[in-house]
Design a protein around this ligand. Sequence first.
Ligand code: AMP
Length: 398
Amino acid sequence: MALTYLDQMDLEGKVVLLRLDLNTPLSKTEPREVTDSTRVDRSLPTINFILENGAKKLILCSHLGRPKGEEKPEYSLEPVATCLAEKLNQEVVLTESCLDRGIKTMLGLASPKIILLQNLRYHPEEEKNEQNFAKTLSEYADIYINDAFGASHRKHASIHAINYYFKGRSAAGFLIKQELEALDKIVKNPSSPFVAIVGGAKVSDKIKIIENLLPKVNNLIIGGAMAYPFLKAKGHEVGKSLCSDDDLKIAKSVLNQASASKILLPTDHIVSDSLDGKAEFCNDTNIPSDKMGLDIGEQTIAQYKAALSEAKTVLWNGPMGLFEKADFSKGTMAIADYLATLNDCFTLVGGGDSVKAVNQSGNAEKMSHISTGGGASLEYIEKGNLPGIDALRFGVDL
Ligand code: AMP
């Protein structure tokens, strides 16, 4: 069943409830401000379309952080409301709670046109996918639009249960459309050669994606702390590098798979005494017992570039090293720079830290697609669907 999109809806005179992922990074000190507005910016086409196509009122809702069902001021959406008002050049009124009695009164007034509901996760019912909570939210609006791609892998009330109350009156927004079209290029018939680059710190978080990708890719490049359990499983010395017993076990089982020969691992490293130590070269696959690997070395960078040179599809999730520190960022930056030079290749970057790294490298514009949802994009690649998208498409039974 095809997904209905926002531009297929009649919005004239309607109150629209729009679920967004406005979970943006904020400054740690007062006055809190949005420090990276990517998620706000990527929501603007949907917001503007609704405002320009006759909607009477627009009610925005989102979660922010993990307040765990409590009203914690540090998770207030207030900085996001300010950011939105500036970008839209319009008043955005933030409610005290998403369950405020005053919301219905406000809906009867001519202004404000845009209302932002306070953090949905101030209420435990949101994460419990509670029916009554979803029902209360649904009573504010005539139409429900989900454009919260980054939260659509969650079975939460504003993403999932709410669909029960909007049968035939719901649609997906333009960010979801863009994300699904990009991810489908990876999920369905990726152009070959297809190379996946998986990095970051925890093997257990990414094991499913590795197992799922291995049969489909021509090469699977592994970097970052992810590499050490694999190197150790192959009998190499990894010194003090991050390498838990659980990750080692997982790495061993992956290496036993038939397509394990597609996996590329580092052959040299940038190492140090500690996470805060001085950078040193290690020109061998084996790492001395008193050192930890914190980045891939020059020879590895060259090998990885060679593996990427002919690629027509590249998926990148996770940095090649401790890229937040300049001394250990060269591998990650070299991969970002190289991907930016690939012609006629679909490059998709997903996952918070790789997105941060690509932004840091200045190459964001040159990637084919940067996903706003790390967990959601990985789950979509793994399963080919997401609970929030399926709920929009097929409805839900409660
Ligand atoms: P993840 O959330 O699993 O993608 O992990 C990202 C984090 O892994 C980043 O903060 C990186 O700095 C960190 N990281 C990557 N490589 C290493 C490494 N070799 N040692 C320690 N941390 C690393």
